[in-house]
Design a binder for this molecule. Structure first.
Ligand code: SF4
Length: 489
């Protein structure tokens, strides 16, 4: 059996990162660097499309950026002063190479490349209509629906066709498109997934996170606003807001786990928010103990915040190996449990005889927490108290994050007490949703809540979920299954 990340499989996974640069020499090399900084947002496949003023060039590969986009030959095969790229973890469509983005099509207006972070929650319904009208799909990706909507739009200009297409889709999208005329970056009306804009000299850069601007030495300009389309054409930038006024609902989980701690998301330092989350967690759920230990790496900033607020020393009681390969061939069942120790190991002399507080960002299936608590006990911990830096994850995400079915989420099946028994901890507590909003500095705007998408904690989805709802209705199931079957053929 092949597995990636024997430990992190028990995490929600952000599935995509996007990066685009207009009007710079070595555009493809710069995109490769940017995607490298976004590698945590998707590790299954990546692609770059470049435009050299006359032709489009593309290269797509399964796996990581390193090893696929670091050779001179590959970069030389992607000439031009503009390029867009995408790194992917599949949440929609099979994981084959044909779904690796950016997707590219020759439209009546010329070449059109598109990179998408998010998930279109009515893609199956739209696809069914398009197929009935004669569209022929090349992939099973929800993103291809946008290409067909643009291609079949009756509007005259490409920008109007694009807006017409976006007005028909529901869900989450941060998009970068490239045509012979220039580049368009946009965010869905609620701004569910992030997208930022930067500048390097006269060149404009778009990226999922600011860390990708840092790596190429670009300055952060601002976030692309929810519902905004930013058009870069002939060295000029114009902004369009065709969706009217909406109250933004960016994903709150970007702050909890997805984004890198050195990123700025919607104006806030992710690291700063995570430390504030840890402090809230300590205020809400104090416990007497000797040391605070982060579950590395994602629990580290929250554990620091917890330790500072509680006055209990912060210690590295779990050491993470950074040398384990991405792909590890699991041995037979008898020794499979050893796999977990390849990535994390207890710091025994430190843990032995202590009452410890373990801080992690979330619990998904609970299998990781169970193994870590067990590891701490085997290392001699006297008491193990688990503190989780987010509310219980009870609902699936339909906006571009890989979540197990609702029934597999531990918090959906069990009470907190039952979860505590399941992971064999002496105590288990979660941050409340109010605590999370306080850490984000939103406590004073209670009457405006929610200011974020927090649906995986609350079940309050900010958009319609057309495909999901249809799948729950038997009369619609046959139709949508037929679309899925066609897509897979
Ligand atoms: Fe983020 Fe959760 Fe909303 Fe998905 S459901 S967008 S993970 S807050």
């Amino acid at each position: 059996m092949l597995t990636t990340h024997p430990y992190d499989d028990d995490k929600l996974r952000e599935e995509c990162g996007v990066f685009g640069v207009a009007d710079v020499s070595d555009a493809a090399a710069m995109v490769a660097l940017g995607l490298h900084a976004l590698q945590h947002r998707g590790q299954e496949g990546a692609g770059i499309v470049s435009f050299d003023g006359a032709e489009f060039h593309n290269h797509r590969a399964a796996g990581h950026i390193a090893g696929n986009f670091d050779s001179e030959e590959v970069i030389a095969s992607l000439p031009g002063r503009s390029a867009i790229g995408h790194t992917r973890y599949s949440t929609h469509g099979e994981s084959g190479l044909r779904n690796v983005q950016p997707l590219f099509a020759e439209l009546a207006s010329g070449g059109f490349a598109i990179a998408h972070n998010g998930n279109i929650s009515n893609a199956m319904a739209l696809r069914r209509d398009l197929v009935n009208r004669g569209s022929i799909f090349q992939s099973t990706s929800d993103t291809e629906v946008i290409i067909h909507l643009v291609a079949t739009s009756s509007y005259r200009t490409l920008l109007d066709k694009f807006i017409d297409a976006l007005k028909q889709v529901e869900g989450a999208y941060s998009l970068i498109t490239m045509t012979p005329r220039g580049m368009i970056a946009c965010r869905d009306p609620l701004g569910i997934r992030p997208l930022v804009m930067g500048k390097l000299g006269d060149s404009i850069i778009f990226a999922s996170e600011t860390v990708a601007l840092d790596i190429v030495g670009a300055d952060y300009v601002r976030s692309v606003d929810p519902g905004e389309l930013v058009v870069v054409e002939g060295g000029k930038i114009t902004s369009h807001r065709p969706f009217g006024e909406n109250r933004p609902r960016p994903c709150i989980f970007e702050h909890v786990y997805f984004s890198r701690p050195d990123s700025i998301v919607d104006g806030s330092s992710v690291y700063g928010v995570r430390k504030a989350i840890g402090a809230e967690l300590a205020r809400e759920n104090p416990v007497e103990a000797d040391i605070v230990i982060p579950v590395p790496d994602s629990g580290t900033p929250a554990a620091l915040g917890y330790a500072e607020e509680s006055g209990i020393p912060f210690e590295l009681g779990i050491i993470r190996s950074h040398y384990i390969g991405r792909t590890f061939i699991q041995p037979g069942d008898g020794v499979r449990h050893l796999g977990v120790k390849l990535k994390h190991n207890a710091n025994k002399p430190l843990v032995n005889g202590k009452r410890i507080i373990l801080v992690d960002d979330s619990i998904v299936r609970g299998t990781t927490s169970l193994k870590i608590v067990q590891m701490m006990r085997e290392a001699g911990a006297r008491e193990v108290h688990m503190r989780i830096a987010s509310p219980p994850t009870r609902h699936s995400c339909f906006y571009g994050v890989d979540t197990p079915e609702k029934s597999k989420l531990l918090a959906n099946r069990k009470t907190i007490e039952e979860m505590q028994d399941f992971i064999h901890a002496d105590s288990l507590d979660f941050l409340t949703i109010d605590g999370l909003y306080r850490a984000l500095g939103e406590a004073n705007r209670r009457d405006e809540r929610p200011q974020y998408c927090d649906a995986c904690f609350t079940g309050d989805y900010p958009t319609r979920l057309t495909d999901h709802d249809a799948l729950e209705r038997p009369d619609q199931l046959t139709l949508l299954n037929a679309v899925e079957t066609e897509a897979a053929e």
